[in-house]
Design a protein. Structure first.
Length: 77
């Protein structure tokens, strides 16, 4: 997260939540455009995180879902 904070925060938002089980995490992100999405997803520490996650034996329990924006009470990037 520290490395993400070094990027232009007006172009994306990245948040992580943990469920009550203390094990299951949900990452939610939105991006102004594909350029910043690519930049964020290629931050070396994030790539290292993914590599370690995959090597940990998580049995492919992680997945990516693309959501279609409907609306919000706040400005969304």
């Amino acid at each position: 997260m520290q490395d993400f904070k070094q990027l232009d925060q007006s172009l994306f938002n990245y948040a992580v939540f943990v469920k009550d089980d203390g094990v299951t995490f949900t990452h939610i992100s939105n991006y102004k455009d594909e350029k910043i999405q690519t930049e964020v997803l290629n931050v070396p520490s994030f790539l290292d995180f993914q590599k370690k996650r995959d090597a940990s034996g998580l049995n492919n329990s992680h997945n990516v879902q693309v959501l279609n924006y409907v609306g919000s009470t706040q400005k969304v990037i």
